[in-house]
Design a protein around this ligand. Structure first.
Ligand SMILES: Cc1ncc(COP(=O)(O)O)c(C=O)c1O
Length: 485
């Protein structure tokens, strides 16, 4: 049976179901499969024409034992997860006519218009499936920079065995993103706006981590998470790299470069693991905005936390790319002691430097770039003026990064991952295009609907949030337990 171990090495191996329901490993590490499945060239060729859902079934079957989820159950979970997506292909590829061999992977056709839907549609269904089978209830907690929150809330809404507490830095996400969370009427969804967060969304992760560290609270409320610390997110996100590659190429082995707007490194970690499994992606480009933690890691071998900047690509205003620790485990020969040493050092001092060999091992096949807001705006404007195609600010960060390396990378297909729909960022679109009225591509009926709906949320100041939310959550839990002992 395929087991899951902590990348810090301090917890016993567990099965797939436990890894998914626990979120973090008990030693505070991230779960990773004890062996990475390998996919041969022949297998890749045989998968080339599968639909997204069929391909997901094949890839996920490499990570999940049939004794845990049967073939029929897995197929059903996947079909249910992707039925609400707007496009039949789930994630279509759009060819840019003004750039050579360049495609945009449109990951934003799920119900809340960002790539988070792709991972969470499946993961939340899966978690609820496990809980129904065990007749148990869980409390999900996620911190969001604007997209994980809406997707978690949407997919958890009305699920019988789950509550979701969704924390967001009030004032640092767009009104559209906020309304996607606060206008769901379901009683198991609890949006929590936290004002005056000095380090943005990262401050909310600190609150959540402190609850996890409180054994009584964690056990009583059965805390878990579906953010990208959860293995299920990373596993599901490997699928779009395979799918994108197959859409692009006639021959397995053809050169393909992919640029990914990155914050927590969950999406790119999945890309790196797809490559580790055998998908021949030539280059992965970590596209940062001015918050350039990944750029420092990949260009200097230095992982450091610096002051946060509010940027136009606000969903990647993230200081700590936590999934880098998961990727490093694979890139450096599965040495938990190495991960623990650097991770502990980073937590204690706010930085850590990698030796030359470690840097070489993890940076191979990667490039990185930190795009300024001016670059992001210029990219949006250029592509829109050249061909009438509208990028959201995050996709524009990826396109900017790709342009930086285009000549150095030489030939091959270029894919930019578009992680959000422009309708989530109307003010930026208006300002950049200098238009009073939004182009149709920057509107969406679901956003219009959310603008008219009634809002509900909790609201705390950052200084009080940890204590006040703790009490609110416990009171809520006691009330549901009274109704459903
Ligand atoms: C629109 C968008 N793009 C990119 C990212 C970064 O993804 P990751 O945290 O997996 O690097 C996020 C979320 O954090 C996002 O919401």
């Amino acid at each position: 049976m395929l087991q899951y171990v902590s990348n810090k090495g301090g917890s016993p191996p567990v099965d797939f179901e436990t890894a998914i329901l626990d979120g973090y490993a008990p030693d505070g590490g991230l779960y990773v499969p004890s062996q990475m499945p390998k996919v041969s060239k022949e297998q890749l060729a045989a998968w080339k024409d599968l639909s997204f859902v069929e391909l997901a079934f094949e890839i996920l079957s490499l990570f999940i034992d049939r004794s845990i989820i049967s073939e029929t159950e897995l197929k059903q979970l996947l079909q249910d997860a992707y039925a609400p997506f707007e496009k039949e292909e789930v994630i279509p590829l759009h060819r840019l006519s003004s750039k050579k061999d360049t495609y945009v992977m449109e990951l934003f056709y799920g119900p809340t218009l960002s790539f988070k839907d792709v991972g969470l549609a499946f993961l939340v269904n899966l978690v609820n499936f496990f809980l129904q089978r065990k007749n148990e209830r869980l409390t999900l907690m996620v911190a969001t920079t604007g997209d994980t929150g809406p997707a978690t809330a949407y997919f958890t809404a009305g699920k019988s065995n789950l509550d979701a507490w969704v924390l967001y830095p009030k004032g640092l996400i767009t009104e559209e993103q906020e309304r996607q969370m606060t206008t769901l009427p379901h009683s198991n969804i609890h949006p929590v706006g936290v004002s005056n967060c000095p380090d943005g969304g990262d401050d909310l992760d600190v609150i959540i981590s402190s609850y996890y560290a409180d054994a009584r609270f964690k056990e009583k409320l059965k805390l878990s998470s579906v953010n990208s610390i959860n293995w299920g997110r990373i596993m599901m996100q490997t699928v779009h790299y395979f799918y994108g590659y197959f859409q692009m190429t006639d021959t397995i082995g053809e050169r393909v470069h992919m640029a990914v707007p990155s914050g927590g490194f969950g999406n790119l970690c999945a890309g790196a693991l797809a490559r580790e499994m055998g998908l021949p992606i030539t280059t992965l480009i970590a596209a940062n905005n001015k918050n350039a933690c990944l750029h420092r890691i990949f260009s200097k071998g230095f992982f450091s936390k610096e002051a946060i900047h509010a940027t136009a690509s606000s969903a990647i205003d993230i200081l700590i790319p936590i999934n880098f620790w998961r990727y490093l485990y694979f890139a450096c020969g599965r040495k938990p002691e190495l991960i623990k040493k650097h991770w502990d050092e980073f937590e204690q001092t706010g930085n850590t430097r990698f030796d030359d060999q470690t840097f070489k091992n993890y940076a191979e096949g990667f490039r990185s770039h930190s795009a300024s807001d001016e670059e992001t705006y210029k990219t949006i404007r250029q592509i829109y003026e050249a061909e009438g195609y509208l990028l959201d600010p995050h996709a524009a960060v990826a396109v900017s990064a790709l342009e930086t390396f285009r000549s150095e990378l030489g030939d091959g297909k270029m894919i930019c991952l578009a992680t959000a729909h422009p309708a989530k960022f109307p003010d930026i679109v208006k300002a950049v295009l200098k238009k009073h009225n939004l182009p149709e591509q920057a509107t969406h009926t679901s956003i219009e609907k959310a603008k008219k709906a009634q809002e509900k949320m909790y609201h705390f100041e950052h200084v009080d949030a940890k204590e006040a939310l703790y009490q609110t959550m416990e009171t809520h839990w006691d009330q549901i337990r009274k109704k459903q002992p």
